[in-house]
Design a protein around this ligand. Structure first.
Ligand code: NAD
Length: 486
């Protein structure tokens, strides 16, 4: 059986718990690897190694040399993309067409953007008058924040992990990463990459395990960690915030969503249907940016629902390598039970099921996997659980609206504020509506088009802080003011 190990101070190693847990292939339900669970003392060794590395050869690299090393990490991920692809697919069951186009290339791209950014960085300067007339010059300077604890979820494992590791390293920090227990493999492979390009031991470390009572909690509690960056559920983010307040450590939180799409009658209907299929069902609905609430202007409501339902029924579950597969499974049986519970809640609340609502027949080879049908409801009230709560599966509810004001009100009537989509051909409306939406990321006539220099993050219960481009610098560096008297 394949083993997935911790990576501490440049070496792969078992956990001193002596415990191993299973990595399960969601397509089949079968164990494909066994993972070494790190103990509190393993986490301690990882954090100590990361602290020691802050003052070693890593700190002495010039900015250009460090950026070149970060670029080399990206090249090495590209060189090993087949290995990363296989590991990511084994952990997640996602279609190969998706993982090879998005997950793995973005893993490399995340390193490239931040390497470029840190070498091209400019700082501010403020000349000031002084009573003696000589003047003074203030300027801002940045230094690494220190040891960064990185905790990530299972839906886009390499992509989301490297979204944090890359800026952390590019800014000169050291890292202890804890990938999701569901998807540990690609993060572990990064250890080999770091060694191959000569990243000094201790700069990058990986510990495996769970949240409370395991490696996740041990990492966030560790006072040798200077800042924590987390992506995952809002409730977990709240728990991590509480822990981070001990020692007044900085925390960046990318959390859950219940994202709305507004489809106006003046839209390109075909594009809106195709785009909403992507925004709802990509990665089996397991993307924080996915749409789960669709609001359609009444004159095109029936036409939209009919076309959208047909397109959802055409999605094809299957083995990841099959080119015809367009939708994968959910991540685990536990998550499937959660999603199925919303199918039940929708049924008992009297929903009309436009498509799906059950478990697809995927044949004997895949019958042990965690499959559910892409599911669309209409007719539910806004305060019913399937419409109000994040399901994080291939589901959405569609409701009609009659005016722009009502559409904005419906979109904003959620405790979450991560992403929103507006479908309209009216440019003035696009400009009018978008700024009124309470979300960190708003797309017009597209979805998930990402320029990595732009701010990424959520408002309300969807997060704290922004990452991406120069916005990541605010978190991954300590800015100081230097005042020189002339
Ligand atoms: P989760 O919160 O259950 O787990 C995320 C990570 O936190 C895992 O590595 C887990 O082991 C760890 N963890 C759990 N409890 C912990 C604790 N008390 N202390 C320290 N670590 C702990 O989330 P998940 O189920 O893996 O991911 C799905 C969620 O992530 C969804 O809510 C989704 O919306 C969200 N998400 C948000 C974004 C974003 O950018 N805003 C991106 C992807 C996913």
């Amino acid at each position: 059986m394949k083993q997935v190990l911790n990576f501490i101070d440049g070496n792969y190693q078992d956990g001193s718990t002596g415990r191993w847990f299973d990595a399960v292939n969601p397509c089949t339900g079968q164990v494909h690897a066994t993972v070494a669970e790190a103990s509190g003392s393993d986490v301690d060794r990882a954090v100590n190694a990361a602290r020691a590395a802050l003052t070693g050869p890593w700190a002495k690299l010039s900015r250009a040399a460090r950026a070149a090393m970060i670029q080399a990490i990206a090249d090495e991920i590209d060189r090993r993309s087949a290995i990363f692809l296989e590991a990511e697919i084994a952990d997640t069951g996602k279609p190969q067409s998706l993982a090879s186009a998005v997950d793995i290339p973005r893993g490399a791209a995340n390193f490239r953007i931040f390497a470029d950014m840190t070498v091209n960085l400019a700082e501010h300067a403020w000349p000031m008058d002084t009573p003696d007339g000589a003047g003074a010059l203030n300027y801002s300077a940045r230094s690494p924040k220190g040891v960064i604890g990185v905790i990530s979820p299972w839906n886009l494992p390499l992509l989301l992990m490297t979204w944090k590791i890359a800026p952390a390293l590019a800014c000169g920090n050291t890292v202890v990463a804890k990938p999701s227990e569901e998807t540990p493999s690609t993060c572990a492979l990064l250890g080999d990459v770091m060694n191959a390009v000569g990243v000094p031991p201790g700069v990058f470390n990986v510990v495996h395990g769970f949240g409370p009572g395991s490696a996740g909690e041990a990492l966030t509690m560790h006072r040798g960690v200077d800042a924590i960056t987390f992506t995952g559920e809002t409730r977990t983010g709240e728990a991590i915030s509480r822990v981070a307040s001990t020692g007044a450590r900085d925390v960046s939180l990318e959390l859950g969503g219940k994202n709305a799409s507004l489809v106006f009658a003046d839209c390109d209907l075909e594009a809106a249907v195709e785009g909403t299929i992507r925004s709802t069902f990509t990665n089996c609905g397991q993307v924080c940016l996915c749409t789960e609430r669709v609001y359609v202007e009444r004159p095109i409501f029936d036409a939209f629902v009919e076309r959208f339902g047909r397109a959802a029924q055409a999605l094809k579950p299957g083995v990841p390598k099959d080119r015809e597969t367009t939708i994968g499974p959910l991540i685990s049986e536990e998550h499937r039970q959660k999603v199925l519970s919303y199918f039940d809640k929708a049924a008992s609340a009297g929903a009309t099921v436009v498509s799906g609502g059950g478990i697809p027949d995927v044949g004997p080879e895949l019958s042990g996997g965690f499959w559910v049908e892409p599911t669309i409801w209409t007719g539910l009230s806004e305060d019913s659980a399937p419409v109000a709560e994040e399901v994080f599966g291939p589901v959405c509810h569609i409701a009609p609206f009659d005016s722009e004001e009502e559409a904005i009100h419906l979109a904003n009537a959620s405790p979450y504020g991560l992403a929103a989509v507006v479908w309209t051909r009216d440019l003035a409306r696009a400009h009018r509506v978008s700024p009124q939406l309470e979300a960190g990321i708003i797309w017009v006539n597209t979805w998930n088009l990402r320029d990595l220099r732009t701010p990424f993050g959520g408002s309300k219960q969807s997060g704290v802080g922004r990452e991406g481009g120069v916005y990541s610098l605010e978190f991954y560096t300590e800015i100081k003011n230097i005042c020189i008297k002339m």
